[in-house]
Design a protein around this ligand. Sequence first.
Ligand code: AMP
Length: 291
Amino acid sequence: MKIISSPGEMTAWAAKQAGAGKRIGLVPTMGFFHAGHLGLMRLAGRHADLVVVSLFVNPAQFGPGEDLAAYPRDFDRDRELAEKEGVAVLFVPDAASMYPGGFQTTVRVGRLTRYLCGASRPGHFDGVATVVCKLFHITAADCAVFGEKDFQQLAVIRRMVADLNMAVEIIGHPIVREADGLALSSRNAYLDERSRNSALCLSRALALAQKSAAEGILETRELAGRLRDFILAFPGTEIDYIAFIDSRSLEPVAAVDADTRLALAVKINGRVRLIDNGPVLQPTASPGATA
Ligand code: AMP
C-alpha cells in the first residue's frame, strides 16, 4: 500500500492508473478506523480496480468550539487496517496542502443543508462538499463510497454530483453497528462506560419509533414526543434533534410513510454529539420471498 501525502503526487498517481484503464474507488474518511470504515473499503473494492482511502481531519467542516483538536487519531493502526483491506493508496494530506494560502473557493449545496446537522452545525456541509469535491478531482475517482450513518452527508454529496455533472458514481453503505445496536463512530472513543450506556438511547429510540409505527402511531408529533421522553430518561442526554424526514428531500413530514426516515442527534454528557438514523417502517419482504 502506498502512502501519499502530497495532492500533486496523488493526482499524478491517479492519472497514471486512469491512463492504464483502471477504475478508481475512493473512500473519504477522517481516520481512526472501525468496522464501518473497513466495510466501506471492502465495498469500494467490489466496484473498482484500485481503492484509494483518504484520511484527512478536515478543519473546514468543524465549527468553533467543536472537537477538531481532540478528534481521535492513530495513524499506525489505520495504516495497518487499510493495508489488510487491500487498499492501494492511503492519501493523507495536511491542511496546508489542501488549503494553501490564497484558497477562496467554497462548494455550497442549498436547501438540503438547511436541516438537521446543517442547522446545528453552520458551515459544516460547505466544508464537507468542498473537500469531497477536491478529493474527487485529486484522486480521479470513478466511484466513491459513503456511509448511511451520515445520511444527510450522503444526500448532499449525491446532490452536488448531480448538480455539478461530476462523473463519479456514489455508493451508499448501510450503517454498521455494535452487537447491542450502537452505530460505530470514531467519536465513540470519547465514551466512558456510563456514557456509552446512555449512547444506546439513539439506536433504542429508533427501535421504539419502529415499534410504535408498527402499532399504528404514525403522527410524527406524537412519535417525537414519545422519543423525547425516552431519550431524556437516559442519564446525561441532551437532544439536538429528533426529525422525521422524507428520505429524499430531508424535509420534515407530519405522518410516517414508507419514505420516512428518523434522524437523531443527541449530546451525551454535554460533550459527545452522536447521530443515528433509519427507516421508520420496516421494509416489507420482497414479493415471492420465503422465510
Ligand atoms: P468519518 O471518518 O467519520 O468521516 O467517516 C468516513 C465514512 O465512513 C463516512 O462516509 C461515514 O458515513 C462512514 N461511516 C462512519 N461510521 C459508519 C458506520 N457506523 N456505518 C457505516 N458507515 C460509517
